[in-house]
Design a binder for this molecule. Structure first.
Ligand code: NJP
Length: 251
């Protein structure tokens, strides 16, 4: 409670649920995305529910580094800095390696990998400047960041999530070497019931229907609960990678 959290991609889906639960736990949450109107609506809902924290909407296109850096300066001016960062924003375009558009690959790299890395660096610098030693960075990864999924449409997306696995492990190592108690974790969800999950299989409606009708998918709240679990762990506990998937999901 009382700490400042940044949640990227807070307009819908997992990010919106995470922002809401952090506000419920008394945090001051900066929620960013391009559709700021949706975050404004969520902020009003949180306020009318009487949650002890607050949600501050911020419009930011995470594929643009200048916009990310301006957001960090605004947070520094208005709220001192970021204590907890949830790198959640992510996207998947169906762009196979043999025929995909470079533009689609670039967009996935920009948001899933580069924005996450830029936010990580900026949060660490902000914590260091203020001598805050108990910050936390949580990356929303994917089961696709641990094993390749069978659909060729998703190979590039998986590659960006394999990068998130490598970057989280690398970050844990750098933080240890810097002798700080700032922690880094990733959460790897299986299928979560969001717009993302449906868009993801848009080129294969049969597969989508088979997947969503045959298993009980995770709810966004299941991932929000995982975030609270990680943030509530005692300071000596490092949760490296939390895999959360539907009971019936094969991998
Ligand atoms: O996705 P969705 P989820 N600049 O599409 C934002 C991972 N995951 O909640 O800008 C700024 O509902 C977008 O905001 P807007 C997945 O890889 C999911 O399901 O307004 N923000 C929105 O708030 C991702 O890392 C599943 O369009 C940008 C958010 O990102 C995370 O979970 C399974 C942006 C996306 O909301 C959240 O996914 C899995 C930009 N340029 C991993 N581009 C799953 N759902 O099944 C996008 O393994 N956003």
């Amino acid at each position: 409670a009382g700490r400042v959290a940044l949640v990227t991609g807070a307009s819908v889906g997992i990010g919106a649920a995470v922002a809401r639960v952090l506000v419920q736990h008394g945090m001051k949450v900066v929620g960013c995305a391009r559709s700021v109107d949706k975050i404004e609506k969520l902020a009003a809902e949180c306020q009318s529910t009487g949650y002890s924290g607050m949600l501050i909407p911020y419009k930011c296109d995470l594929s643009n580094e200048d916009e990310i850096l301006s957001m960090f300066s605004a947070i520094k001016t208005l709220h001192r800095g970021v204590d907890v960062c949830i790198n959640n924003a992510g996207l998947a375009h169906a762009e196979p390696l043999l025929s995909g558009r470079t533009e689609g690959w670039r967009n996935m790299l920009d948001v899933n990998v580069l924005a996450l890395s830029i936010c990580t660096r900026e949060v660490y610098q902000s914590l260091k400047e203020r001598n805050v030693d108990d910050g936390h960075i949580i990356n929303i990864n994917s089961m696709g960041g641990h094993r390749m999924v069978p659909s060729a449409d998703e190979h590039f997306y998986c590659a960006t999530k394999y990068a998130v696995t490598a970057l989280t492990e690398g970050l844990q190592q750098e933080l240890r070497e810097a002798k700080t108690h700032i922690r880094a974790t990733c959460i790897s969800p299986g299928i979560v019931e969001t717009e993302f999950a449906f868009r993801h299989h848009r080129n294969d409606p049969e597969k989508a229907a088979a997947t969503y009708e045959s298993i009980k998918c995770l709810k966004v709240e299941d991932i929000a609960t995982a975030v609270i679990y990680i943030l509530s762990a005692p300071p000596h506990v490092q949760i490296g990678d939390l895999q959360v998937r539907p009971v019936e999901q094969v991998s």
